[in-house]
Design a protein around this ligand. Structure first.
Ligand code: FES
Length: 143
């Protein structure tokens, strides 16, 4: 009888220990190996009202999970580029004084067609299409 009780207690303690180990290890393993979440297919986004951005200025717009640099070059001229530098992935910015796109990390410079003008970036910026629809700026993937 006493032996049965001891083996029952050993079994319960062993099970509790195993459950504790699993409860600590499972979250750690899930953290190190997260499930793959596919990127949502985004083909166009609204960047707000056209009259909110002055000529020769810019803003960053989220395009799915990517930043896009929207530039209002002139009253009726708009440009949009992926805002991630092709060198080491810093975020680029529009320079109104130089009318160019600048990456502050290593002084990379792109022109307003996204082409590399100076610095280490190896490739041009990805360009997006910009349309004005009923006063709203719409950025879309180029096809
Ligand atoms: S990350 Fe942009 S120039 Fe290096």
């Amino acid at each position: 009888m006493a032996e049965d009780r001891r083996s029952l207690i050993r079994w319960l303690l062993g099970g509790g220990f195993t459950a504790s180990v699993i409860s600590f290890l499972y979250p750690a393993i899930r953290f190190m190996n997260p499930p793959r979440i596919p990127e949502a297919a985004v083909n166009e986004v609204s960047a707000g009202r056209a009259d909110q951005l002055k000529p020769n200025s810019s803003t960053i717009v989220r395009f799915g999970n990517r930043p896009v640099l929207l530039i209002r070059v002139a009253e009726d001229e708009w440009k949009a580029f992926g805002a991630v530098c092709t060198h080491l992935n810093c975020t680029v910015q529009y320079r109104p004084d130089g009318h160019d796109i600048w990456c502050a990390c290593h002084n990379g410079i792109y022109d307003l067609n996204g082409r590399v003008v100076a610095g280490p970036p190896p490739r041009p910026l990805e360009e997006y299409a910009v349309r004005i629809r009923d006063g709203e700026v719409v950025i879309a993937r180029r096809v």
